[in-house]
Design a protein around this ligand. Structure first.
Ligand SMILES: Cc1cc2nc3c(=O)[nH]c(=O)nc-3n(C[C@H](O)[C@H](O)[C@H](O)COP(=O)(O)OP(=O)(O)OC[C@H]3O[C@@H](n4cnc5c(N)ncnc54)[C@H](O)[C@@H]3O)c2cc1C
Length: 467
């Protein structure tokens, strides 16, 4: 009789769950555990963090799913480096299976878990789950990782044709240990035990909600190409949170895209490949967590001041499109991709504030925060990353506003003091209109800041190390 422990982390579902599938296929009995990791949780200042609520609600649903099959989830609170080997020992498990994770903290933690388990002769197996292709699978003809998206995506598509990675796996859940065996080890699902309080995320958590979001998006997928850039319409999938926490499997998302021939579906598949690209960049270049991917800009000094950073966070820069996006973000933890690009460009190229500050603020507040995508997005916008936006191509916030929120619908919603302005003025209120509306005047001049930013990058290119 062999028993295995399936350790779930950011794969909060039962369907197409690779680690669970492998555990059930190769062992007689399987227990499922989730650890509220105190290393991660203790670092969160906000004790009603939206992500904790999303995880808790997803776990409640997952636990119900296990209970329907006569089992239940084992929930622990502590450092997994100690908790997992201890539980595996107590349950007399032969093996622990989990999804592979290339974030630097996860790699370090998993290595410690592996060693602690090895000391007890318990096997530790990690399986690919979060991506279709992981580190080392998408390589150039010379066998090196790609640094540019387009050839990466071409190779990704070729490789996908050759392989069957997108086939969903249905775990044989009859192997789960009975609830009576699992529950004595579990502390249960309760916010107070982990010292957090529940909040109300803007979208429903859990696997059912993930599937519903995918089904809903499928009815709109053909329009994605045109609708994806207009934040005031429901044009994108809103699946990033579900992909982040694994309440939907990426294989299901890719299969959905492939079931449609339209340009919209093809474009959407490309976005999923962008996600894989940034995962690949992080896995191959973990240094990007602390420095620029492009070494030319590693020593770049950003002259932006704290006061401007605070105004950006508060949505009080005097640039309506930036302020609307930032106010929406502060209230919901969500930001449309077009706005992420606009506000990141504004912070780095107009306010000349270090992208790492913006990256950190997003990391603290994004419900879909994903280290690889967030770091990739910020380095792209700041022109210091891999296959980044060229430094001289700087978004004009007024033009972006007119193009992507032409009727000011989004601005009106989030900056009510400007709602009375007509479609011409709302993007760029005059000084008098701003004063009359009690709205901030622009804290910087876009044209001047743009010139300063370009000069700053040119200087860094001429003299990369002396900045
Ligand atoms: C500065 C900045 C920070 C970002 N931070 C994150 C982050 O922390 N987490 C995150 O998931 N995405 C991040 N993105 C990427 C993108 O903004 C979000 O994935 C997208 O807005 C999520 O909305 P959606 O699910 O409706 O996307 P859709 O348009 O429906 O796209 C489908 C999926 O493709 C992936 N995707 C789409 N665009 C990108 C992209 N540019 N890079 C990587 N993956 C992408 C996401 O998983 C997304 O759910 C960031 C982008 C920028 C510019």
């Amino acid at each position: 009789m062999s028993r295995a422990l399936c350790w779930i982390r950011r794969d909060l579902r039962l369907n197409d769950h690779r680690a669970l599938f492998e555990a059930c296929a190769n062992h007689d009995e399987v227990a499922v555990v989730f650890v509220f990791d105190t290393v991660i949780l203790d670092a969160l200042e906000n004790r009603s963090d939206r992500r904790v609520t999303f995880i808790m609600q997803s776990l409640l649903e997952l636990d119900q799913g296990l209970r329907k099959r006569g089992s239940s989830l084992i929930v622990l609170h502590g450092n997994p480096v100690h908790e997992i080997p201890k539980l595996a020992h107590e349950l007399k498990a032969e093996a622990v299976l989990t999804a592979r994770d290339f974030e630097p903290y996860a790699l370090e933690r998993d290595e410690e878990v592996r060693q602690a388990l090895a000391n007890q002769t318990i096997d530790f197996q990690t399986v690919k789950d979060q991506v279709i292709f992981e580190r080392g699978e998408i390589l150039s003809l010379t066998g090196t990782p790609f640094k540019v998206f387009t050839p990466f995506s071409r190779r990704w598509l070729e490789k996908f044709e050759e392989r069957v990675d997108a086939i969903a796996y249905d775990p044989e859940l009859s192997k789960l240990i009975p609830e009576s065996l699992a529950s004595p080890y579990s502390m249960g699902l309760d916010y107070s035990l982990i010292r957090f309080t529940e909040c109300q995320p803007w979208l429903d958590a859990g696997e059912q909600a993930g599937n519903a979001a995918l089904t809903d998006f499928e009815s709109r997928i053909n329009e994605y190409g045109d609708a994806r850039d207009i934040p005031s319409v429901n044009g994108t999938s809103l699946l990033s949170v579900h992909l982040r926490f694994g309440t939907i499997s990426v294989r299901e998302a890719v299969q959905t895209a492939l079931q449609h021939e339209s340009a919209g579906a093809k474009k959407w598949l490309m976005e999923l490949i962008w996600r894989e690209f940034y995962q690949d960049i992080l896995a191959n270049n973990p240094q990007v967590v602390s420095t620029t991917f492009d070494p030319t800009y590693a020593e770049l000094e950003w002259p932006g001041i704290d006061e401007h950073f605070e105004a950006w966070k508060a949505g009080q820069t005097g640039y309506p499109i930036v302020d609307a996006a930032m106010r929406c973000f502060a209230e919901t933890g969500w930001m449309h991709n077009r706005f992420r690009m606009i506000v990141a460009s504004f912070l780095t190229k107009d306010l000349l504030v270090d992208y790492k500050k913006g990256e950190q603020y997003f990391a603290e507040n994004l419900l879909d925060f994903d280290l690889a995508s967030n770091n990739g997005g910020w380095q792209w916008a700041a022109s210091v990353g891999c296959d980044a936006q060229p430094y001289f191509r700087i978004f004009n916030p007024y033009l972006q506003s007119r193009k992507f929120d032409p009727d000011g619908i989004f601005i009106r919603k989030w900056i009510p003091e400007l709602a009375y302005l007509d479609n011409r003025s709302i993007h760029e209120p005059s000084e008098m209109e701003a004063v009359m509306s009690d709205y901030s005047l622009p804290i910087v001049n876009h044209a001047e800041q743009r010139a300063t930013a370009i000069a700053m990058f040119q200087q860094a290119k001429r003299n990369p190390t002396s900045m």
